[in-house]
Each structure stands twice: as structure tokens, then as C-alpha cells.
Design a protein around this ligand. Structure first.
Ligand SMILES: *Cc1c(COP(=O)(O)O)cnc(C)c1O
Length: 353
């Protein structure tokens, strides 16, 4: 059988670590992997701008820069990890195609990369994924399957399809290639804003924060990493507190891109976050709405809920003693216009479950 569970390819990096029996030693992801990722994704993902937010700098009394992944191809940073993974596949894996599960943005990125590289993509979504994100995936020619009320159930189904149809799993966060791809954001922040001493990053499965923290701390170990999640269903933060992966109840949230649990057999992202995250913060639905409205009104930028949590943390005063040079990752733009209008109107109230 040539087919293996996701993560297997990574083990080939250090074959001495691969044991047939007993626990598999986790291969580590290095800064070099992030540089390799950058080479691979060039031509597919943009180098996005890093700009100062004069407004936030003024309000906070310290320098605040924004890394604008809301302007990334497919409307979110997810293209970086997806491109790095898919471009690393073998010929036969590319021929059989890939499968993934997604809260929307990752599925869209995988669909886009497959369209560009000529592979078949099967995208499994839960019923909770908003219509705008479903439409975008279908427009890219991917095979879209809506299965189950939660991301966890969609993931189980994707796992089954992977085996049945000999597809390669492109996990949204728990994959060394995906993590290294997201880490390229960290390289760009340090290169474009070398004074950076603090970075605020949206936190869900931890591929984004894990990759960025790995890259930035490798370049400058003094950089403080702060992960931000929404109060409703913060799986990673709950798991960090418990010291192990815990189940959370998935709730409806403005930050739909951050929804979903961690896989109980998580191999990479949880440990990476445990090792590299300095602080974590939670923001409320109202604070997220306010941050989205801030982006629209002050910067004329459309920023989705999950991408606005870093700005929400700053505006709400929850970041204690922010550094002198703060970078905030604005991770995506894919919000329904109706939601955006409600938020912009300030008529927004937290949705009831
Ligand atoms: C996926 C996503 C995140 C979170 O990334 P993780 O790797 O799951 O932590 C943040 N913002 C947006 C817009 C996303 O699509």
C-alpha cells in the first residue's frame, strides 16, 4: 500500500525518526522548511503588504502595523499552506487528487491551488459554512460535499473518503507542510518590519500561529507571540489550559473561520503552540463586530470576523502592555455582505444558537 495517513510524507525528512511499531516521534518543523515553503508557493500566493495603522497607533499610544492577508489570493492566508502541501505531493498523489475539510477558507484555497495545478479536489464542508464560502469553492471547479452539522463530523467523513478513494488529506492545520506554508507570513513580517517585538495572530487549529511563531521566534527569540480566539468555542485555548486536547461545543460565531475543534490525534499544531505561544486572549462577538466596523470605516477594508480578532483585542484594551512595535495579522476578508452590512450599521447583536 502506498497510501498513508496525512503527515507521513513529513516523516521522510528524518527517516531515522520513523518507527514501524510504537509511538511515532514527531518530526520537527524548522525555519528551513519555512524558507523552502516560500520557494514553493511563489507565483501562487502574494507577498501581502505590511502597513501602519495610524488610527490604532494613535489609540494605543504605540506603533501598530497590520499584515494584510485580507488581500491574499482567495481572500485569506490559507493559500500559503495549501500551496506548499499540494506542490510537495508526488506525481501519483497529485493524480489521485486531494481531500480536505474546511470551515470555508482552507477549502477555497485548496480548490484554487488544485485548479491551477490540475489536481482533483474534494472539499468536505459542515452545514455551518456560510453560503458565500460555498459558492466560491464551487466556482473553482472543486467537488464540494456538505456533510454534518459540525466540522468534526465533516472531518470524519473526509477521513473515510480519503481511504475509500485513495486521496491525499490536505489538513487545514495539522500538517507540517501546511504549518510551514503559513509560517511564510512570519518571514515577511520580520523582513518588512524588523523592529517588531510583539505579534497578534488569530488562533484556531494553530497552523497559522504555529507557523508564524516558529518562523519569527527562530529569527528573533525575543518576539512575544499572542494568540487571539473568540469566546465562543475557543478549542485551542481550552486545550492549552487543560494541557491536552479537549472537546468543545461548536457555536455560531462571527468568527466562523475560527470555529471547529482540534483533532484528538493532533500531532503537530498543538505541541507547536504549547512550545511557542506566550499568551492567549479571548474576544467577544461585540468586540469582533466593532473591530470589523473599525477596519471598514477607518481603513476601508473588508475584514472577516475571524481575521479581526487581533484588532478586537487591541481596541478592547485586553492586550496588557503591548510592545513598542506590534504586528497584527489580519488573516482574511471572506465575509457575507449581509453580515458586513449589519456589523457596519452597528445593529449587530450576537446571534442566538
Ligand atoms: C483558518 C483561519 C484562521 C485560523 O487558522 P488556524 O491555523 O486554524 O489557527 C484565522 N483566520 C482566518 C481568516 C482563517 O481562515
Amino acid at each position: 500500500m502506498w497510501r498513508k495517513k496525512s503527515g507521513f510524507r513529513a516523516l521522510r525528512w528524518k527517516s531515522s525518526e520513523y518507527k514501524k511499531e510504537g509511538p511515532i516521534v514527531q518530526p520537527s518543523i524548522t525555519l528551513q522548511d519555512v524558507y523552502s515553503a516560500r520557494q514553493r508557493i511563489q507565483g501562487l500566493a502574494y507577498r501581502t503588504p505590511v502597513i501602519e495603522s495610524q488610527y490604532l497607533s494613535k489609540i494605543m499610544g504605540t506603533e501598530i502595523f497590520l499584515k494584510l492577508e485580507n488581500y491574499q489570493v482567495t481572500g485569506s492566508f490559507k493559500i500559503r499552506g495549501a500551496a506548499n502541501k499540494i506542490k510537495s505531493l508526488s506525481g501519483i498523489e497529485k493524480k489521485h487528487g486531494v481531500v480536505t475539510v474546511s470551515s470555508g477558507n482552507h477549502g477555497r484555497a485548496v480548490a484554487y491551488v488544485c485548479q491551477k495545478t490540475g489536481s482533483h479536489a474534494v472539499i468536505v464542508l459542515s452545514e455551518a459554512v456560510p453560503q458565500n464560502k460555498r459558492d466560491a469553492i464551487q466556482e473553482l471547479g472543486a467537488e464540494m460535499i456538505v456533510h454534518g452539522p459540525t466540522a468534526d463530523e465533516a472531518m470524519d467523513y473526509a477521513d473515510r473518503l480519503q481511504t475509500q478513494r485513495a486521496l491525499t488529506m490536505v489538513h487545514p492545520f495539522d500538517d507540517p507542510f501546511v504549518i510551514a506554508g503559513q509560517g511564510t507570513i512570519g518571514l515577511e513580517i520580520v523582513e518588512d518590519y524588523p523592529q517588531v517585538d510583539t505579534v497578534l495572530v488569530p488562533l484556531s487549529g494553530g497552523g497559522l500561529m504555529g507557523g508564524i511563531a516558529l518562523a519569527m521566534k527562530s529569527m528573533n527569540p525575543g518576539i512575544r507571540t499572542i494568540g487571539v480566539s473568540m469566546e465562543k468555542g475557543a478549542a485551542m485555548i481550552e486545550s492549552l489550559k487543560a494541557g491536552r486536547i479537549v472537546d468543545i461545543v461548536e457555536e455560531h460565531t462571527l468568527a466562523d473561520a475560527l470555529a471547529g475543534g482540534l483533532n484528538p490525534d493532533n500531532r503537530y499544531s498543538f505541541k507547536l503552540i504549547q512550545q511557542n505561544l506566550d499568551e492567549s486572549l479571548l474576544v467577544s462577538e461585540e468586540e469582533i463586530a466593532e473591530a470589523m466596523a473599525f477596519c471598514l470605516n477607518k481603513h476601508h477594508m473588508i475584514v472577516e470576523g475571524g481575521a479581526a480578532v487581533g484588532i478586537a483585542a487591541l481596541l478592547s484594551g485586553k492586550v496588557r502592555q503591548p510592545g513598542k512595535h506590534v504586528a497584527v495579522v489580519v488573516s482574511g476578508a471572506n465575509v457575507n455582505t449581509s453580515t458586513l452590512f449589519k456589523v457596519a450599521d452597528k445593529n449587530y447583536s450576537s446571534p442566538k444558537n
